[in-house]
Design a protein around this ligand. Structure first.
Ligand code: ADE
Ligand code: ZN
Length: 340
């Protein structure tokens, strides 16, 4: 069963490339780039991966990102992620990155975007994974910084699929970033935003109304607001849910308490994703296996989640069609018992 879930053709729509930096690669890059670390070895670093909440995690994640210095580092990071993702059945990956986290340290935007794009091109072609890059504006910096990052990123427009919004949610409502999202959308970029992870349901409506978000990243707190649930359902707004992340960042106490089944029962469009797999101990396949085993979702429900991930992607129509056909072929070849 585990093999069936891992093999399911699927899209990953919510993964931060900086959050895929495994401790081994982190140490390798730190040595190569002479970046000092507070940890003696990989085991000591892994032991620090215990988080009380989002901010606690972000501090460790941003520190880890300092080892990324050169275009080559970003290329290797993208390749390492795509190899793991492909082994988990990922056929389409829409990958977040935090440009300001790097440019603030003096790294050129070109090294970040062109480095990631080169990794996506090489590994994507070799592994049969269609890819797209989504720079996220970090909420802890002001909109002026986001606007500068957008203008710099637009020099590499051909590599960009959309824009997103991440980092410290509480205290930073979507209204703070309305202008930069309007500018990005005027360039034809898709818009997504983290909302309703730690922040209140109002941040979800704000992301839709003020940012033009087409998908909501996390969105689990929508359930506190029935009218918002009805809106998300009626408008079929996809929510990119990250179950193991929600446990690690104490959004839910235990996986058994995760609201995913309630979200599905409410008729919401939900997808399963890994968020920051190197820090949360699970790639997308692990998230599929965990929700099947711990939340009692049957095979038909799991297939529906994989199908929804492909449909909610920003892939071109012909790519979506091919991946959906691959999914149906996979189900037929594995017995068709879970066709849903
Ligand atoms: N950046 C990386 N992971 C994040 C998360 N789960 N929420 C907000 N920003 C993030
Ligand atoms: Zn995220």
């Amino acid at each position: 069963m585990e093999a069936f879930l891992r093999g399911l053709p699927k899209a990953e729509l919510h993964v931060h490339i900086e959050g895929t930096l495994e401790p081994e690669l982190l140490f390798e890059m730190a040595a190569r780039n002479s970046v000092p670390l507070r940890y003696d070895d990989v085991d000591e670093l892994r032991a620090a991966y215990r988080f009380s909440g989002l901010q606690d995690f972000l501090d460790v994640y941003n520190e880890g990102a300092t080892v990324l210095q050169t275009s080559r580092d970003f290329t290797e990071l993208a390749i390492a992620y795509l190899e793991r993702a492909a082994a988990d059945g990922v056929r389409r990956a829409e990958i977040f990155f935090d440009p300001q986290t790097h440019t603030e340290r003096g790294i050129a935007m070109g090294a970040v975007v062109e480095g990631l794009a080169a990794g996506c091109a090489e590994a994507g072609a070799r592994l049969g994974v269609s890819t797209g890059l989504i720079p996220c504006f970090v909420r802890h910096l002001p909109q002026e910084s986001a606007m500068e990052a957008l203008e710099a990123a637009l020099a590499h427009r051909e590599h960009l699929l959309g824009v997103g919004l991440d980092s410290t949610e509480l205290g930073h409502p979507p209204s703070e970033f309305a202008d930069v999202f309007a500018r990005a959308r005027s360039e034809g970029l898709h818009a997504v935003a983290h909302a309703g992870e730690e922040g209140p349901p109002e941040y979800i409506s704000g992301a839709l109304d003020l940012l033009g978000a087409e998908r909501i990243d996390h969105g689990v707190r929508c359930l506190e607001h029935p009218a918002l649930v009805a809106r998300l359902r009626d408008d079929a707004v996809p929510l990119t849910v990250c179950p193991l992340s929600n446990v690690k960042l104490a959004v839910v106490a235990r996986l058994e308490d995760h609201p995913l089944p309630k979200m599905i029962d409410a008729g919401l469009v939900v997808t399963i994703n890994s968020d920051d797999p190197a820090y949360f101990g699970g790639y997308v396949g692990d998230n599929y296996v965990a929700v099947h085993e711990e939340l009692g979702l049957d095979l038909a429900a799991m297939v529906a989640l994989a199908r929804a991930s492909i449909e909610a992607s920003f892939a071109a129509v012909e790519v979506k069609h091919r991946l959906l056909t691959d999914l149906e072929t996979y189900i037929a070849a594995t017995g068709g018992q879970a066709a849903g």
